[in-house]
Design a protein around this ligand. Structure first.
Ligand code: ZN
Length: 160
């Protein structure tokens, strides 16, 4: 069986930056996704199409196919008063806000100087090359329900 649309794929992977920093990892067969449903980033999904169980591969995903390029317009300096009075604001803190198109986006506090807080609406992995070290553990047909929902069900997926 090959990886194609409407297959459930179980895989182990290690995600590293170009510097070798490990960003994410799954090595116990607990990660599964529905192929063709945008469950994973496009660059990785495209590279996995046509692979079979036992295949191991290294996939480099550039920002355009990953979390996008960094956009300096997403970085703003705001006053501390924008936050709740009792909020403890720290560099690296993340919170949700409404993005320019009304979608929720994740904002990261990038710097604090006096009452000026620099916030960054770029995805933390924007502009980062993503290196996936992947091995394919299992491929199965998705159920009609999984296809309708656009995600994996079952012991290793989510439950309703
Ligand atoms: Zn569901």
């Amino acid at each position: 069986m090959q990886i194609e649309n409407n297959k459930i794929v179980v895989m182990n992977y290690t995600l590293t930056t170009d510097d070798g920093e490990v960003l994410d990892q799954s090595d116990d067969g607990s990660f599964a996704y529905l192929h063709g449903a945008d469950n994973i980033i496009r660059g990785l999904e495209d590279a996995l199409a046509g692979k079979t169980v036992g295949d191991k591969m290294n996939v480099k995903v550039l920002p355009a196919e990953g979390y996008g390029e960094r956009n300096d317009e997403m970085v703003q300096v705001v006053g501390k008063e924008m936050f709740e009075a009792d909020a403890e604001i720290e560099v690296g803190m993340q919170f949700h806000a409404e993005g320019p198109e009304g979608h929720p986006i994740m904002i990261t506090v990038a710097a604090i100087e006096g009452d000026d807080v620099t916030i960054d609406g770029n995805h933390p992995l924007a502009g980062v090359n993503l290196n996936f070290d992947v091995s394919i553990i299992e491929i199965r047909d998705a159920s009609e329900e999984e296809i309708a929902h656009g995600h994996v069900h079952g012991p290793d997926g989510h439950h309703h």
